[in-house]
Design a protein around this ligand. Structure first.
Ligand code: SAH
Ligand code: SF4
Ligand code: F3S
Length: 439
């Protein structure tokens, strides 16, 4: 029935892990003769690479899938984090007959065989509970450009009580250093200038291999052609002195750290199983700023965790003020089936959660704008990424502190690092005037 299948579309939800997985899936599909289309209506195979971290992205996926009726001649596939949960898997299996392909986060590499079976008419639903071994050497179709994501570890062992990720991504496993360095060397050869190392908790990289994250960073620093190194995400409980020192010693490591706080209340942090206190966190911030005075800090915050009182929430507001984050991702707590926090009786009412997130956003927006305005007059190094999305007469790029900056300039500058004088600081971006090139 599907013999002449050629086009695929993939819709990616969730974090950079999923973005990176989608690149692998695209690479695999193109190796077996598929071509990508941006338009799902034209596609013979539509894949939803899903996220379970909050309820919203899950709802969106189900909404989109309902648009396809049972008996559709398209292959509808679901992969990613949702299908790693027993309850969602059963729901898809029993209630969404239009879905003919399901695979998980641990068996991407089996895709060619799975697709072949679907094309022979079978409904293939195959998910592994955890990864047996890390599979190296899978193909990838990456976004063209100057930046690339590189996985350094998979999974998470932290079990923050609100979080589904340890269940959907399995136990933490680090990639061998040599494989990571080979991948980055290859990216450099293909013109990529900036790499972002990915892990749910990069700070525990290598514990299972007898090495550590700071020494990986040192090795990446030595790869010719790579100009900028970033990483995400960093857990405060595992942030080492060596990592702080790496910011001082490694010129390619950009002055930005995403350090999720989640809550400013020690009582809530304990309930979240975050295993640090507000004091420990502030102490880290102080040490980081002593070592790298102009480091930009960003964070993740959750409001309305079960049992969060007004006093707890005020402690979060206080910490946000004290740290002065350049920006923050703010989330309303979303109960996830199977996680300990979802069992806690004192769930917070929706209207209180909303009221708190508005207050938090108002504060953070003020801080972000103020800090961006403080950049006015500075000359910053910008790696030019392309044309600005909002104004194609302008170029866009990122400062080393990971701020978006737009400025007038010719297309030939794309891929180069230039010096830009900041003229305007807005809520979530800067504007500037080009001053010259960095050699
Ligand atoms: N491994 C990363 C984050 C992964 S999830 C880390 O530990 O920092 C990204 C963010 O989603 C988390 O930092 C948290 O702020 C948010 N998040 C996770 N589970 C959530 C939930 N159940 N409800 C609301 N936000 C959640
Ligand atoms: Fe989730 Fe915590 Fe692991 Fe991050 S560290 S992925 S928040 S369990
Ligand atoms: Fe979502 Fe899975 Fe990432 S749950 S946030 S896509 S690890």
């Amino acid at each position: 029935m599907h013999e002449d299948i050629k086009l695929y579309a993939i819709l990616t939800f969730g974090c950079q892990m999923n973005v990176r997985d989608s690149e692998t899936i695209k690479g695999i599909l193109e190796n077996i003769g598929f071509c990508e289309t941006e338009d799902p209506a034209k596609a013979d195979l539509i894949l939803f690479n899903t996220c379970s971290v909050r309820e919203n992205p899950e709802r969106k996926v189900y909404g989109r899938i309902q648009q396809y009726k049972p008996g559709t001649d398209k292959i509808i596939g679901i992969c990613g984090c949702m299908v790693q949960q027993g309850a969602e898997f059963e729901y898809i299996k029993n209630h969404l007959p239009q879905v003919s392909l399901v695979f998980g986060t641990h068996n991407l590499h089996e895709l060619p065989q799975l697709i072949e079976r679907v094309m022979l008419g079978e409904r293939v639903l195959e998910v592994w509970e955890d990864k047996k071994d890390l599979i190296e050497g899978l193909p990838a179709k990456r976004e063209k450009g100057v930046k690339a994501f590189v996985n350094i570890s998979f999974g998470c062992n932290n079990f923050c009580t609100y979080c589904i990720v340890p269940y959907t991504r399995g136990r933490e496993k680090s990639r061998q250093k040599q494989h990571i360095l080979e991948e980055i060397t290859d990216l450099a050869r293909n013109g990529y200038k900036e790499i972002t190392l990915l892990g749910q908790n990069v700070n525990s990289y290598g514990k299972d291999l007898g090495t550590d994250f700071a020494s990986l960073l040192k090795a990446v620093q030595n790869i010719d052609g790579i100009e900028r190194i970033r990483f995400t995400t960093s857990h405060p409980k595992d942030l080492s002195e060596d990592l702080i020192q790496a910011f001082v010693e490694l010129p390619k490591l950009c002055e930005h750290l995403h350090l999720p706080l989640q809550s400013g209340s020690n009582r809530v942090l304990k309930l979240m199983n975050r295993r640090y206190t507000a004091e420990h966190y502030l102490n880290l911030v102080e040490k980081l700023r002593q070592a790298v005075p102009d480091i930009a800090l960003t964070t993740d915050l959750i409001v309305g965790f079960p049992g969060e009182t007004e006093a707890d929430f005020k402690e979060t507001l206080d910490l946000v003020k004290q740290v002065g984050y350049d920006s923050a991702f703010t989330f309303i707590y979303s109960p996830r089936k199977g996680t300990p926090a979802a069992q806690i009786k004192e769930q917070i009412a929706e209207d209180i959660k909303k009221e708190r997130i508005y207050r938090l956003l108002e504060l953070q927006n003020q801080i972000s704008s103020d800090l961006n305005q403080k950049c006015v007059g500075q000359t910053v190094e910008v790696l030019v990424e392309g044309l600005s999305k909002t104004d194609t007469a302008k170029l866009t790029g990122k400062t080393r502190t990971n701020k978006t900056i737009n400025f007038q300039g010719g297309k030939e500058l794309i891929g180069q690092t230039v010096l830009v004088k900041v003229t305007t600081g807005k809520l979530s971006s800067l504007e500037g005037i080009i001053e010259g090139s960095v050699l």
